[in-house]
Write a protein that binds this ligand. Structure first.
Ligand SMILES: [Zn+2]
Length: 330
């Protein structure tokens, strides 16, 4: 017997049921169970399940209806923070304005981490004060702690993003603290933001793999997701920071995370290190997760990880940047 791999319903299916065609158009399908990998079988389980829980789409792979995609552009922050040469503030502002002009309505525009850590992002306050804010466009910023939050608030931001790590070692390298300490620190920020009626978005880095700790347990990511939502995050973006995810590992991750959060509260943030980002996104879409983080021209990548790059990047990361530490990457 196999249990539903997507939602928490108690339906279970025999191997025979799993191998039967799951829609009339598939009647001629000759594949045997032996020809399918674990993920395919789980997909069929999902196809068979008719549970009403929103996490379970109840559609077959052959008739999947993809949701409308919401783009959350992070290039001006996640992309530019990786540039070795300082990008002038007016150029950053022009980029953000052009992105808004293109019709994108969520543009992560700056980071309020210490300038000591990320020099490239040291002009966050200038950017936010001089930006022409287009009505209807959301201009969130990254904040690492209360100090950063307070500076961001002075710049009249309406949304802040917090970013605990999914692995212990990455948390130490990126935030100089354990996952637990990081969550405590971010809870202070979230509490204040909720009080001030600002929106809070959560990121989790290294959701499937870490350059130091290796594969990451989906259960631990689900737990962090749950904590972020409990803090008041309206959405949690799952970051494959080093781009080691595959459609299979992303499905395993989502099966676990969707037990604590509906798809509408999740976003996909996949780096394209090994050319898997698009197939990973497709795997996420099949689970109904429809918010996708993008980075204009594939800018960016994780400075802590060799070869990590954002979606569409065709250039190797700069090795000098790779040697930097504590950069608040996601
Ligand atoms: Zn990223």
């Amino acid at each position: 017997m196999n249990e539903c791999g997507v939602c928490t319903c108690s339906l279970s299916f025999t191997a025979r049921e799993l191998t039967r065609p799951f829609d009339s158009g598939a009647k001629n399908r000759q594949a045997t169970e032996g020809e399918r990998d674990e993920d395919e079988r789980a997909d069929e389980t999902r196809a068979t399940c008719t549970h009403s829980r929103s996490a379970c789409l109840g559609v077959s792979r052959r008739s999947t209806i993809y949701p409308e995609i919401r783009i959350y552009e992070v290039g001006p922050r996640d992309g530019l923070q990786n540039e070795s040469k300082f990008v002038p503030t007016d150029v950053k502002i022009e980029l953000i304005n052009k992105l808004a002009g293109s019709g994108i309505t969520n543009i992560e525009s700056a980071s309020f981490v210490s300038p000591k850590w990320v020099k490239q992002m040291s002009d966050g306050p200038e950017i936010m004060k001089n930006l022409h804010r287009k009505p209807g466009v959301n201009y969130p910023v990254l904040v690492p702690n209360l100090k950063g939050y307070n500076i961001a608030k002075e710049c009249s931001v309406e949304e802040v993003a917090i970013f605990p790590a999914g692995s212990e070692s990455f948390s130490q390298k990126n935030l100089n603290c354990s996952i637990e300490e990081g969550l405590k620190r971010f809870k202070e920020v979230a509490d204040q933001a909720v009080k001030d009626r600002l929106r809070v978005r959560g990121y989790i880095s290294c959701v499937v793999g870490c350059p130091y700790d290796g594969p990451i347990s989906p259960k631990s990511i689900a737990k962090i997701t749950e904590e972020l939502l409990a803090m008041g995050c309206y959405e949690v973006s799952l970051g494959d920071t080093i781009g080691v995810g595959t459609a299979g590992s992303v499905r395993k991750l989502l099966r676990e995370v969707l037990t604590v959060a509906p798809p509408r509260k999740l976003a996909l943030h996949f780096h394209d290190t090994y050319g898997q980002a698009l197939s990973n996104l497709l795997a996420g879409l099949e689970f109904g997760v429809s918010t996708v983080d993008s980075s204009i021209s594939g800018l960016g990548g994780c400075p802590l990880c060799t070869g990590s790059k954002a979606i569409g990047d065709r250039f190797k990361s700069n090795n000098k940047i790779l040697s930097q530490m504590a950069l608040c990457d996601i």
